[in-house]
Design a protein around this ligand. Sequence first.
Ligand SMILES: [Ca+2]
Length: 204
Amino acid sequence: MVFMADVRRRRKRLLAAAAAVLPLFALAPTTAAHSAASQDRHCVAHLSQGAARSAVTCYDTFPKAIADATAGRVANAPADAAAAARDSGFARRLNAAADKKGNAQALAAAETVIGIEFEHRDFRGTSLAVVAPHGCESGTVWDFGNLGGTEWNDRFSSFATFSGCRARHWEDAGLEGALRDYLPSTAYIGRAMNDETSSIQWRR
Ligand SMILES: [Ca+2]
């Protein structure tokens, strides 16, 4: 019996010590998680002519997504996607990367970021960079005709455009329903179309 009492006392002391220390340890990981990189993902969709859907690859940082989207030609995009979307220098680099065709890497390189869609207003949250075989300057019109059934449906709140493109957002798949007409980079798509987009078209 004496032995059991000793154990209980010792446990009490240990618990008291733990209670005194734990709050400090409990705070540290929580703070670290909040200050570390966000949970936002940055994804890339490669459109091909006439494709209604497209394979999407996702990364944990914006620079990794842009490196994929530009076949490595822009490997050091700003870490902050929101800052990048407002940065005319970044847009110039994306557009310049698109112009580098006809070199040894022509096949892999002949792709262009035409737009980046964002989950939240002001170019924040998870993003989807859309890549096409070339930009809109030549008059080509690109469609992402059906976001239905994907995680991207009814999700976007802002968007950036590149390579001479403007984007039109539709409420329904198949370029139908209510729409927000062709616009260049836009920090908020507006209440009527917020979290409603189910198909997108890019053109000059
Ligand atoms: Ca919709």
